[in-house]
Write a protein that binds this ligand. Structure first.
Ligand SMILES: NC(=O)c1ccc[n+]([C@@H]2O[C@H](COP(=O)([O-])OP(=O)(O)OC[C@H]3O[C@@H](n4cnc5c(N)ncnc54)[C@H](OP(=O)(O)O)[C@@H]3O)[C@@H](O)[C@H]2O)c1
Length: 283
């Protein structure tokens, strides 16, 4: 039995972890949101860990606004890099295993075939660079770490592409959706199960891992699937574009190879469309 601390509990992944944890009665979970534990406040983090002991800490707290990060570099680095590093230091001091979530945006997208954990990183956005720096701090400060890179997270919770598309359908919008990126939409509920799979395995296979749903898609494919499977295709006008302007550059290709993860841990292995249908049918 482990005591597991989850930071960033009110975010999309934090909420999915809360739901998924209900099937893991053998473990005790403590969920803390930003108000209860601000991970940038090193003193509070130290105090928190000295008052309770945890076998695992799952860091679901992050600065995730990819666009805003371009003009808010200091905050992106503070949360994604410095705070992740502080958390790693405190985990090391208390013998807590740190499960940290990172991103496909640490890659530049030039590879053209699924990225392996050891492939060369080369972020092309502030967000990606800040997340990569966080990985480096964790690797340096806490040997007992599991860094799990994932991609294109969506779920029933929070601000994400899936919820935006459903809202646009309600509003009957005309939409132009980009075809210039290829990646894998990942249901954050499946990622939550995968992270809890690490806790359940309770082994010492520390290191960097990739986890996402299976298959690949453009954002246009993802939008079309959301509208099709939710029966809302008629509610919108959907058009492809290959030049959607954004502040932040994004990798043109960011499909991740998941083989290493599945060699060490149990987790849902679902095609992104299957996972999408499953969630829509259960809502
Ligand atoms: N979303 C994606 O498409 C995607 C893709 C690849 C990887 N990831 C990674 O997946 C992880 C989970 O992302 P998500 O989609 O669940 O993000 P999210 O919904 O934005 O949740 C992040 C949570 O962290 C909290 N937070 C921010 N600063 C904090 C601080 N200083 N102390 C404590 N909590 C803080 C946020 O609170 P506030 O709302 O108050 O700021 C929010 O509740 C992140 O590591 C992200 O980088 C995400």
């Amino acid at each position: 039995m482990s005591r597991v601390l989850v930071t960033g509990a009110d975010g999309q992944l934090g909420k999915c972890l809360r739901d998924a944890s209900k099937s893991y009665n053998e473990h005790t979970f403590v969920f803390v949101n930003r108000t209860q534990l601000d991970i940038t406040d090193a003193e509070s983090v130290k105090r928190y860990f000295s008052e309770s002991s945890f076998q695992y800490c799952i860091n679901a707290a992050a600065y995730t606004n990819v666009e805003k990060a371009e003009s808010d570099e200091a905050n992106a680095y503070l949360i994604n890099a410095e705070a992740a590093g502080n958390l790693a230091e405190v985990c090391k001091e208390h013998g807590t295993k740190l499960i940290h979530v990172s991103t496909d945006y640490v890659f530049d997208g030039e590879k053209g075939s699924p990225y392996l954990e050891e492939d060369k990183t080369n972020p092309i956005s502030v967000y990606g660079a800040s997340k990569l720096k966080g990985e480096a701090y964790i690797q340096e400060k806490c040997e007992q770490h599991f860094i799990v890179r994932t991609s294109w997270l969506w779920s029933q919770y929070g601000h994400n592409f899936y919820n935006s598309m459903l809202r646009f359908a309600e509003e009957g919008r005309d939409l132009k959706i980009t075809t210039d990126q290829l990646g894998t939409p990942t249901n954050a509920n499946d990622l939550a199960e995968a992270l809890l799979g690490i806790v359940a395995a309770d082994n010492d296979s520390y290191g960097v891992y990739h986890y996402s749903n299976e298959g690949e898609a453009t954002w246009f494919d993802f939008a079309e699937a959301i509208f099709t499977h939710s029966g809302k295709l008629e509610a919108v006008t959907l058009e492809k574009t290959d030049h959607y302007r954004t502040f932040a550059a994004r990798p043109g290709y960011s499909v991740l190879s998941k083989e290493k993860f599945f060699r060490h841990f149990e987790a849902p292995r679902l095609d992104w469309q299957e996972s999408l249908k499953k969630l829509i049918n259960n809502q």
